[in-house]
Design a protein around this ligand. Structure first.
Ligand SMILES: CC(C)(COP(=O)(O)OP(=O)(O)OC[C@H]1O[C@@H](n2cnc3c(N)ncnc32)[C@H](O)[C@@H]1OP(=O)(O)O)[C@@H](O)C(=O)NCCC(=O)NCCS
Length: 173
């Protein structure tokens, strides 16, 4: 097995400019209208559950988790996940997801939701619930609404509207 070319650590404030520029490059101006963006709009991501990948000292990739609600249950939204183009396909994306999920589990969270491709996220533990079991406030392809349960029974009875939590009056990175 080849050793990973990357190291991973928690995101720090000094990473914000690199992360913002990666998001702009990966998702373009349309990112502000995406369903997932609207779910975390004005809500700070959790810095204890958001990670970056590095190659040496160089920033390579980022994943963020942000608190949301699904029905009456607390949950986390995973995303954006993005990897700088020269480093794609070398495992950073999947490893960031694994690390973020494990940190969330250790912190006592039970459910993580994302809007993304099932073939990529399925092997990482994400599943689709029954059609329209979870609705979003912004139109979204229901086939892309995926959840991961962090405890054995976390997905039982899960459903309802996925919503952003009340915005906190704090810096938005
Ligand atoms: C999607 C993304 C995060 C993947 O990160 P990565 O570090 O390149 O991916 P990994 O190295 O962890 O995994 C690579 C594997 O996933 C596959 N893969 C990548 N994107 C995929 C997708 N959208 N659907 C299915 N499989 C995908 C690759 O084909 C590769 O498969 P292989 O291991 O069989 O060769 C990265 O390509 C990216 O930043 N894309 C632009 C932003 C984006 O779309 N983010 C996701 C939003 S939901």
């Amino acid at each position: 097995m080849t050793a990973s070319p990357f190291t991973y650590r928690l995101e720090q404030p000094a990473d914000h400019a690199e992360i913002e520029s990666l998001h702009a490059e990966a998702f373009g101006p349309g990112r502000f209208a995406r369903a997932a963006f609207r779910l975390r709009e004005d809500v700070p991501h959790d810095p204890a559950l958001s990670f970056v990948a590095l190659a040496g000292d160089a920033f390579v990739a980022s994943v963020r988790l942000t608190p949301i609600r699904i029905g009456d249950r607390p949950a986390l939204l995973l995303g954006p996940l993005a990897v700088k183009p020269p480093h794609k396909g070398r495992g950073a994306g999947k490893q960031l997801v694994r690390i973020a999920l494990e940190a969330a589990r250790e912190a006592g969270h039970r459910v993580v939701l994302l809007v993304g491709d099932e073939p990529y996220y399925g092997p990482l533990g994400f599943v689709r619930l029954a059609r329209d079991a979870i609705t979003l406030t912004t139109p979204v392809d229901p086939l892309r609404v995926l959840v991961a349960g962090l405890t054995p029974d976390a997905l039982e009875g899960l459903g309802g509207k996925a919503e952003r939590i009340a915005a906190a009056p704090t810096e938005y990175a």
